[in-house]
Structure formats: C-alpha cells, structure tokens
Design a protein around this ligand. Structure first.
Ligand code: SF4
Length: 371
C-alpha cells in the first residue's frame, strides 16, 4: 500500500497505463462480441446520402441496439431512418441492414451537428456521447437516451430493458420531412459512402491481400482514423489520404473518416482502396486484422508494411491509443496537436518507448513512411 503523498515513478505510471490499455482491449472485445453475435458480422455496404421525401428520423451515436429497437418500432409506419456520425457502420450489419426503411446516412461528423441539424424537418435520437449544445431551432426535435442527457431535452428512459420510442415517432410524423427527395454530399462532394470492412470481411480476403503484398501489388497499408473536430489542421488527414499512392490500402475508423470517406480513391485487386472498418471502438477489429496479418507474414506487427496515422480528440480515443501502446505498437503518427496532458516527461516516454511522432505535413510524413 502506498502512503498518502507518495508519488509513482515514471516506470510505475507506465505499468499502470499499460494495464489500463489492456483493460480497454477487453472492453472493446466484449463490445465486438456483443455486436457481432447479435447483429452478425458487417459486410461491405454502399450507403447513400440521399434523403427521401416524407417523415424520417436521424440516429446518431454508437448504440446499435437502440437503432435496432427503433427500426422495429418504426417498421410499416412510413418513416425512414438515417444514420449520422458514428452510427454509419450500422448499415453493414446483416441484422440491421435487412430493414428496408434503414435508408442511408445524413450529415457528417459530430462537430457539424449545429449546422446539419438546423431546421431539419425530422427528430434526432442521440444514443451515446458527442452531443453539442443544441440551437433553439432544433432543440425541440432532439431526443436523448441511455447515458446521453442535456438540460431541457427530452429523454427516452429504459424501462425493464425496453424503450418506448413513441414520442420520437410522433415527432417524425408531425415534422413530416421534406416534400421532395434531397441529395446531400460528403465534405468532398461525394454522394455515396462505403462501410462494412470489419475484421471478418478483411480476413475473408486475407489470402488475396497477402499475395498482393508478396507480389508487390500492395506496397503499404495505412490506418488513417480516429476523431474529427473543428480545427482546420484536420485537413491534414484528407490531404494525406488523397496523396496515398495507388498501390496502397487505406483502412479507416471513427469520426475522422468523414474528412475523406466520400472520396473515390480507386480500387486495388477488386477491393476499394479505402476500407471503413467501423466505429472508433472497432479499433478492436483493426487490431485483430493487424495481428492476423503479422501471423501470416510470421513477423511482429511493427514489421508489417502498416502505419497508423491517428487523430485524437476525446478521452475514448486516448483509451484506444493506450491499448495500441500496451500491445507494443510503435511509430504511430498522432495529431493534429498532441493532447494537453502530454507534458515534456510524458512526451519523452512516448517518443523513447513507442517512437510516437507528431504529424507534420502529409508530403513529409508520406515520404518518411514510404521512403
Ligand atoms: S472518441 Fe473520437 S472517433 Fe470516437 S466518437 Fe468520440 S470523437 Fe468520434
């Protein structure tokens, strides 16, 4: 037992945060198991950004079970459902995509919600974090559930494991949606998104990928993912993806992908070059893919032709970073700025033990990675 006031050494802190990273890995594994055993393994799915005329509901956050219950309760009622933000990967799960009224995705990442929800003729359901102070113009249309809450907003409670979404459904019918179909675009003007490239799908083509790497058809894999935010420095990630050579594959996950997920960056060996693994917690899926590839190549994950280029914003992203570090993954590029808690001592440890690199420019970093 440590006496009050006695401090930990750097080595002791390091041990504790590595343990923390491993606990987070177990949490992500449990969530992955819950999602895939309930909804099936995601399959590649094209998602439209067209919103059809008539009543609709937008669902944001991460909770697939809330989405499932909402889909059940809206079936046959003439209401369409659109995902938003981190809910986009829901389209890839067989037990969710089977609902015809799960139509597409509306909007981009969480930081644009005040603009995207302004005067939206539809209610919005928040299932997990990332709520921004709502504007008066749409506060009436917001419903929160689970751990999400905000003063003055309506909350759908959980009663004995059941949620009654009737107030949300009534609101959708009252607002009525748009009179005509509306085509929206992503940040770069694209009108369609692809998702569903989680571990099962990627490992399903593992032999093809391994052959392509061996024959030189695939030179490198990048995992470009993490959080999005309002800072202009985050354009780095769009420009980085745009600069990836045609013989490279870009894996992505989290909110940061909205910077580039509407870009068509081509195909490689019949697969899209940009593969959306899922939500930020699906970093577990990316870890499984990396470990499986390392086994196939009989090497360490750090010896794979793989570079992680991550953007961080909030605590959950830091948990995931600690998990990656606890697995011994090195040479991660991190940006757009280093987290405020990275003191000079912490930075030394991150650089010395894990060779973490703050991002610089897409050109310089690409050159350093590919030579
Ligand atoms: S942790 Fe990052 S990627 Fe995950 S929901 Fe929050 S902002 Fe998005």
């Amino acid at each position: 037992m440590r006496a009050i006031g006695e401090t930990h050494s750097v080595a002791e802190w390091l041990g504790l945060i590595m343990e923390f990273g491993q606990v987070n890995l177990k949490c992500m594994a449990l969530l992955d198991e819950a999602n895939t055993s309930t909804f099936g393994h995601p399959v590649p799915t094209k998602v439209t950004m067209m919103v059809e005329k008539g009543p609709f509901i937008v669902v944001t956050g991460h909770d697939l079970l809330d989405l499932k219950h909402l889909l059940e309760q809206t079936e046959g009622k003439g209401i369409n459902i659109y995902t938003h933000g981190e809910m986009l990967p829901a389209h890839g799960y067989p037990e969710l995509k089977k609902y015809d009224h799960l139509k597409g995705n509306y909007g981009t990442a969480w930081q644009n919600q005040q603009k995207e929800f302004n005067e939206l003729p539809a209610p919005i359901l928040y299932t997990t974090n990332c709520i921004m102070p709502p504007k008066e113009s749409y506060a009436e249309n917001i419903f929160t559930t689970s751990v999400v809450g905000y003063p003055g907003l309506k909350h759908i409670p959980d009663k004995d494991g059941k949620k009654d979404f009737t107030p949300l459904i009534d609101k959708a019918l009252e607002l009525g949606g748009w009179a005509e179909d509306k085509q929206f675009t992503g940040i770069n003007g694209g009108t369609e998104l692809m998702t569903g490239f989680a571990r099962n799908t990627v490992m399903g083509v593992a032999e093809k990928l391994i052959e392509a790497v061996k024959s030189g058809g695939i030179r490198h894999f990048f995992l470009v993912g993490g959080c999005d935010g309002a800072r202009t420095g985050r354009n780095y990630y769009t420009n980085f993806v745009k600069q990836t050579p045609m013989d490279t594959v870009v894996l992505t996950l989290g909110c940061g992908k909205y910077r580039f997920n509407d870009l068509n960056i081509g195909e490689i060996g019949g697969l899209p070059r940009l593969l959306d693994i899922g939500q930020c917690n699906d970093a577990y899926s990316a870890i499984k893919v990396a470990v499986a590839l390392a086994e196939a190549f009989k090497c360490d994950v750090n010896e794979l032709p793989l570079t992680l280029v991550l953007s961080w914003y909030e605590q959950k992203a830091v948990c995931i970073l600690l998990t990656l570090l606890s697995l011994g993954i090195k040479n991660i590029y991190l940006g757009p700025t280093l987290p405020a808690f990275v003191s000079p001592t912490v930075l030394n440890v991150l650089v010395e033990k894990f060779a973490i690199k703050p991002i610089s420019t897409p050109q310089a970093d690409m050159k350093a990675i590919l030579g």
